[in-house]
Design a protein around this ligand. Structure first.
Ligand code: MLT
Length: 364
């Protein structure tokens, strides 16, 4: 793995805004926003605590929960892909629960700072972590990880699975994935790859790129791929691999160069972007899954209330349409459960551990 360097100067160009124009903060300045509960009658409407409404329907008595605003912790920068997914689902969840949801970005160490914070919060359902695939790679990447991803949390449910895309800055020379590999090989000392720190999906994708090509790239770490994309748009950094929720609009508008998508098949939102297999480098198969967590010891009734609200949110038409525009979809209802989430997390820890170990990459 190449030398980590400081991020370049701020971008000269801003990224295009989200297609639905809601709940997405530009840049990295605004770290907190209130998602207002959309209760038209002011009484909580259908947002009955305890999950008695909507399709979830399996909630017990949550003892009046929630009575106050809930904080969703995002482990990466505002304006990035994890932040986007969080804000999209937080809106209908707030409506369903009948309280405000505050979204707070707690960046650092590839998402592990936020996870540690939430693991140590009161298990009362008022602090919820939205994390992604990094929850499963951190135990292998961080020898001294200060929390246990399985024992330290109660999973609420999976949210989405998002393809990744290799993209290049507007003036970066290569135009195809094949050209990219050749160019990186020939300019190995100067080419830069942006990631969101060790434990980020972009770092995992870079690691898979290195394994597939045998190249040792120079990585530039950011607090999230929101700011990384800003710098890529400004030609401050050369290429990256990021979730379609962050790249699709810029690919479609031609603001960035698109090299490949990491799924086995092309995706509907980006029909002209080849798979890595088609591009000739073989399968760089990684999709970024997201899930919600509360600290271990949170009462089952609260987990059920949050899960019921999540299930409703994943059937919300605005969520479905917005995610489709960004190249993804909510997970099916049977996967948006604590049980399916727990199983997926443990499967993913098992899947990625030998791959990461073989790469020799470690944060230690
Ligand atoms: C990642 O690389 O893990 C993500 O893109 C982080 C983010 O949401 O910014």
């Amino acid at each position: 793995m190449g030398l980590n360097r400081s991020p370049g100067a701020r971008a000269r160009h801003r990224r295009a805004g989200p297609s639905n124009g809601t709940f997405r903060l530009g840049g990295t300045l605004a770290a907190v926003v209130l998602i207002l509960a959309a209760c038209s009658d002011g009484s909580g409407g259908s947002a009955a605590p305890g999950g008695t409404s909507g399709d979830g329907g399996d909630g017990g008595d949550a003892g009046g929960y929630p009575e106050d605003q809930i904080t969703f912790i995002v482990p990466f920068s505002a304006g990035g892909p994890t932040d986007t997914v969080t804000r999209l689902v937080a809106e209908p969840m707030a409506a369903e629960l009948g309280v405000e949801i505050v979204v707070q970005n707690v960046e650092g160490a590839g998402g592990t700072v936020a996870a540690e914070q939430v693991a140590n919060e009161e298990p009362d359902g008022y602090t919820v972590l939205m994390h992604h695939i990094g929850m499963s790679t951190a135990p292998t990447l961080y020898p001294d990880l200060p929390y246990d991803p399985i024992e330290g949390f109660e999973p609420i449910g999976l949210v989405t699975e998002v393809p990744m895309t290799f993209i290049g800055s507007p003036n970066f020379e290569p135009n195809t994935f094949e050209e990219l590999v050749t160019y990186v090989e020939e300019n190995i000392d100067t080419v830069t790859y942006a990631n969101a720190g060790i434990g980020a999906a972009s770092q995992l994708c870079g690691l898979l790129f290195e394994t597939a090509t045998g190249l040792d790239i120079t990585e530039v770490p950011y607090e999230g791929t929101g700011p990384a994309l800003d710098d890529l748009l400004g030609d401050q950094v050369d290429f990256m691999c990021d979730q379609t929720t962050n790249t699709t609009e810029n690919i479609l508008s031609g603001a960035v160069k698109a090299y490949a998508v990491t799924t086995p098949e092309r995706i509907e939102a980006l029909p002209d972007v080849p798979t890595t297999e088609e591009a000739g480098v073989g399968d760089i198969g990684v999709t970024v899954w997201h899930g919600l967590y509360v600290p271990a010891g949170t009462p089952a009734e609260i987990v059920e209330a949050l899960n019921a609200a999540l299930k409703v949110a994943l059937q919300d038409q605005n969520v479905i349409d917005s995610l489709a525009d960004l190249g993804t979809a909510p997970v099916s209802q049977d996967r948006a459960t604590p049980e399916a989430h727990a199983q997926h997390l443990s499967d993913q820890i098992e899947l990625w551990a030998p791959i990461i170990e073989a790469s020799g990459v470690t944060a230690g």
